[in-house]
Design a protein around this ligand. Sequence first.
Ligand SMILES: [Zn+2]
Ligand SMILES: [Zn+2]
Length: 247
Amino acid sequence: MAKNLHCWRCKTLIPMLDEREWALMSPALSKTIEDIQAYRRKTGASLSECPPQTSACHLYARLTGFVETNPNAIWHHRAADCGPFCRHCRRPLRTARASFCAGCGTPVERESAEDEAASASWSVEHGVDARVFGASHHQVLAAVSQAIGPLIAQTHDAGDPHTYLCADAHVSVVTLEGAQIGVSVYRSGRWARSADFGRFLAQTLACRVYCDGGDEAPTVSDGYKLLEIEGGQERWVMQVPKSEAQA
Ligand SMILES: [Zn+2]
Ligand SMILES: [Zn+2]
């Protein structure tokens, strides 16, 4: 499942695709380029005269619940391309080898070998993620805060998407299509796996939650399955279908 991370190019929180999602997205993005080239060869049109190519955008919306109208932006919405979190502002460093945070200017301290485990916890790959139907941004935040402690809003994300800090942990909340709320919690020991986090949210908020099932997830040839949790029931589903997002 996509992780909610600050994109320095878009200057806001964006769902960034995990590697399983990228495996689906990458061919769709390549096809976008091929389709534009084929159209231009056939018609002699300039780049700006080509009709918008939206199949990658539709796939992105289906995978993440986030409506993106520019397929070019999706190229940089891949979680694996982000560096670890800046220890000061909690935005991802622009690359894994960055020597300072371009967001706030804080220099990056390289961990000694003994600190490798602590260092790994700053990777954006760690953390738990869920998408919630039937609860507000505020309700999701209140439930998480109740579990991990008071949260203080960071101000670098304008508008609704927000990062919140709490002692060691930080939380990213994005409002998605169909009044879904995407929520990621990083560096908190409270939930070991996204499935634990999803169960907590579904029970506390009495709502429907989608999350990664980790190793338990059945593998399928044309994608992967998410864990759907609602009313104490759990089942494996393909990525959230559009009709559900609009329900
Ligand atoms: Zn971006
Ligand atoms: Zn920073």
